[in-house]
Write a protein that binds this ligand. Structure first.
Ligand SMILES: NC(=O)c1ccc[n+]([C@@H]2O[C@H](COP(=O)([O-])OP(=O)(O)OC[C@H]3O[C@@H](n4cnc5c(N)ncnc54)[C@H](OP(=O)(O)O)[C@@H]3O)[C@@H](O)[C@H]2O)c1
Length: 231
């Protein structure tokens, strides 16, 4: 029997998200909803017949309704990967209210509203929600000066993962959170010019795709570091 899956990738226009869409779409049993603000950057996905692109801004005031409208197009959703992220690298004392707020809107609040919107499409059949956090948001990890808004908003989504899993533990919806170490993407290059990450966007995407497709059988509410650094 064919194992058809509908998979949503938020933050699909570049970096790890873009690589995930390409990898997921390589399986013809997958229908991939690719969501991002930059629709021009997603134009190449039109060559992939099982990818549907939608403009999507996590900072939109009506985010939940926008997401519900997009998700209404499909019968059910098996996997949601909350991959979009906003990083501001700036000394803590110089961060404006708007900058802190914007990081939280994209990295935390927007994710929570997207999850609210996806639930009606997931509760009956069950599914897996994967939140992409950062090692900087992982308790006890090495911290980087300048990332107060980014890393705390990523820590919040890790905490949300544990909370959600508890609240929905009797349902068939599972949620886990991956705290990524450095991967070579435009976000990393913009934030830390010249830094060379040990992992490519494609390799990181391979890990997340496999995790998203399979790990809900064994894990729920887990916050996992995905990093080559020790300890
Ligand atoms: N690369 C790393 O070293 C690293 C390390 C730890 C964690 N992470 C996390 O991994 C995830 C992917 O990172 P990446 O390096 O691939 O980042 P990236 O190259 O900057 O890509 C981020 C994606 O998020 C989307 N996005 C940003 N703001 C958005 C908004 N307001 N609404 C909707 N989508 C939005 C972007 O698309 P649009 O601009 O088209 O909207 C883009 O597709 C992020 O959550 C990041 O925090 C990355």
């Amino acid at each position: 029997m064919q194992n058809k899956k509908t998979i949503v990738v938020v933050g699909a226009s570049r970096g790890i998200g873009r690589a995930m869409v390409e990898q997921l779409a390589a399986n013809p049993n997958h229908t991939v909803l690719a969501l991002s603000r930059n629709t021009k950057a997603m134009e190449e996905f039109s060559e992939l017949e099982n990818v549907i692109c939608h403009p999507f801004d996590l900072e939109s005031g009506h985010l939940r309704q926008v997401a519900e409208g997009i998700f209404a197009e499909v019968e059910s959703i098996d996997i949601l990967i909350n991959n979009a992220g906003k990083l501001i690298n700036k000394p803590f004392a110089e961060l404006s209210h708007d900058e802190i707020s914007s990081c939280y809107q994209v990295n935390t609040i927007g994710v929570m509203h997207t999850v609210q919107a996806v639930l009606p499409k997931m509760l009956e059949k069950g599914g897996h929600i994967v939140n992409i956090s950062s090692m900087g948001g992982f308790q006890g990890s090495v911290k980087f000066a300048g990332l107060a808004a980014y890393s705390t908003s990523k820590a919040a989504i890790a905490s949300f993962t544990e909370l959600f899993a508890e609240e929905y533990k009797d349902s068939k919806v599972k949620m886990n959170c991956l705290c990524l170490g450095a991967a070579q993407t435009e976000m990393l290059e913009e934030a830390f010019p010249g830094y060379e990450a040990p992992v490519s966007a494609e390799k990181m995407a391979e890990f997340i795709v496999d995790f998203a497709l399979n790990s809900n059988q064994w894990m729920n509410g887990k916050v996992l570091p995905v990093s080559l650094t020790t300890p």
